[in-house]
Design a protein around this ligand. Structure first.
Ligand code: AMP
Ligand code: MG
Length: 488
């Protein structure tokens, strides 16, 4: 969707800063299709000048000219604290194709760069690329990644690294932070324009309702509640759930120090700058709820156009309460499916929670365990099952499996049919940190083959792909805790 708001308080026309001698690091032909970008046999664009465009070195390609690239202004709460104005400090929105926005991340300084250099490093660009495409394949709403273009231009982080530009695609990159920005400026006209833009393009059902802005809030909140339930179900930790990194469309955006769980650790922290664990795995739902409270307070002035301040607060507060209900419902539905339960029965939630607790206590690999669970036969013996799994407290897990088998026996579905369904929700392959790290280290030596291999494997995360079985395994012990820096 074109970002149609204009004015110095909203955005600045910003030209990308060129990088020297760009080269392809990664390219997603399936993301390219979204914007009708034709690819050749190598899986790269037929039109060679796309390389220069996606490097930020040129603004026209074929019939297309990106005449007005912009950086947008937003504000937000970082780690729970109001951070004031932020904005696209290194992302430049080139324009839109097919109603999708094409954005270059790491394309140089903008009006909103503050102390930053406007660049992104190769390492973090590869991670964003691989994860965006992997999340899409998992069926989780996300911005897409079109390409990573590298350059030998030096960039200083903790050490010297090299620059890269990650091009991303989404229907819109509008964030909660955009609402907070206009609310903090007490600019109700802008708030209204922003809300109207979202309603007309993405939430048309709200426009015909009596309370379009209240309903817009409810819809954004619902999408994000469902999103976080999906994250929990694949063990995805975002790492930096600041309000400026939360999409107004309920997409996963701004991949930074994210991580997928290996062994199940309920309070796992993937971002090593997050010392207090604000964004730990088990806190993600409540933090998303907190972000929705930020959105609610930013939208309050819009409700006050219709209602008294007290009524407006009451309406938004009640809508905000729905978040937890929607999240819990979605989480339960997904985890029932992960366990292969077709019907809904009392005691299911307790059964799921007992399992997760046992997995946490024994540090059982999250993805492999759920994937393997589909192999279970209804008439197995709990003691047999035990031999395949690494639980410490044997009597406890044997009791759990005994209860689970009884529960499965109350369903009519056959073992084979249940397994097929479970394999559609329990992926075999996820982007484990050590896999991404290996691809990055090779790419830093100009070998991009591992990126392509991961791209291919992770594009079909629910398929067996026997030849790549080893990619489904947890990391060796010494690579269990690849630490991910927030600097990117
Ligand atoms: P993030 O945590 O990556 O979402 O970034 C938070 C804010 O810092 C956003 O406004 C970014 O645009 C900005 N930022 C991050 N890295 C840089 C950089 N290298 N140069 C300029 N701005 C940056
Ligand atoms: Mg961000």
């Amino acid at each position: 969707m074109p970002f149609t708001l204009r004015g110095d308080d909203v955005c600045q026309i910003t030209q990308p800063s060129p990088i020297p001698n760009p080269y392809w690091v990664a390219f997603s032909a399936s993301a390219a299709e979204l914007i009708n970008l034709e690819t050749g046999r190598e899986g790269l664009p037929m039109e060679a000048s796309w390389l220069q465009v996606l490097a930020g070195n040129q603004l026209d390609v074929g019939q297309i000219t990106f005449s007005d690239p912009i950086a947008t202004a937003y504000s937000g709460h970082q780690f729970g604290v109001w951070a004031g104005q932020l904005g696209d400090g290194r992302a430049i929105l080139l324009g839109d194709i097919n109603e999708l926005e094409l954005q270059l991340k790491g394309a140089g300084r903008t009006q909103y760069s503050r102390m930053g250099d406007g660049r992104a490093v190769l390492r973090s660009s590869i991670r964003e690329f691989l994860c965006s495409e992997a999340m899409h394949a998992l069926g989780i709403p996300t911005s897409r990644a079109l390409a990573v273009v590298g350059s030998k231009q030096a960039v200083r982080r903790e050490t010297m690294e090299t620059a890269a530009v990650c091009s991303r695609i989404a229907p819109s990159f509008i964030r909660i932070g955009h609402f907070e920005h206009f609310a903090s400026l007490q600019n109700i006209i802008r708030l209204k324009e922003l809300a109207n833009l979202l309603i007309s393009e993405f939430y048309p059902e709200c426009s015909s309702s009596k309370d379009p802005y209240l309903n817009l809030f409810k819809e954004i909140s619902t999408r994000n509640a469902k999103l976080v339930a999906q994250w929990q179900s694949v063990g995805f930790c975002h790492g930096v759930l600041n309000s400026d990194n939360i999409s107004a469309l309920g997409l996963t955006i701004d991949y930074g120090p994210f991580g997928f769980l290996n062994h199940f650790e309920i309070d796992h922290i993937c971002n090593h700058s997050d010392q207090g664990g604000r964004y730990a795995y088990h806190r993600q739902p409540q933090v998303m709820h907190w972000n929705m409270a930020c959105l609610a307070s930013a939208m309050l002035p819009l409700l006050e156009l219709e209602y008294s301040p007290e009524e407006s607060q009451t309406l938004l507060r009640s809508a905000l309460e729905d978040f937890s209900v929607i999240y819990a419902r979605e989480w339960q539905q997904i985890f029932r499916r992960k366990l292969g339960l077709q019907s809904q029965q009392d005691g299911d939630v307790a059964l799921i929670e007992r399992l997760l607790q046992a997995m946490h206590d024994s540090q059982v690999d999250f993805t492999s365990f759920f994937r393997g669970l589909g192999d279970l036969k209804k008439d197995s013996m709990p003691t047999e099952i035990m031999q395949r799994n690494d639980f410490n407290d044997r009597p406890n897990i044997e009791k759990w499996f005994a209860d689970y088998l009884v529960r499965l026996q109350s369903e009519t579905i056959s073992d084979g049919a249940r397994k097929a369904l479970m394999n559609q929700i329990n992926p075999k392959y996820i982007l484990r940190n050590h896999l991404a790290q290996d691809a990055i280290e090779k790419a830093q030596q100009d070998d991009f083959s591992e990126i392509q291999k991961l791209q291919q494997i992770l594009s079909q995360p629910f398929d067996e792909q026997e030849d790549f079985d080893h990619y489904s395994k947890p990391p060796p012990i010494d690579m269990q805790r690849v630490s991910v820096s927030c600097s990117s």
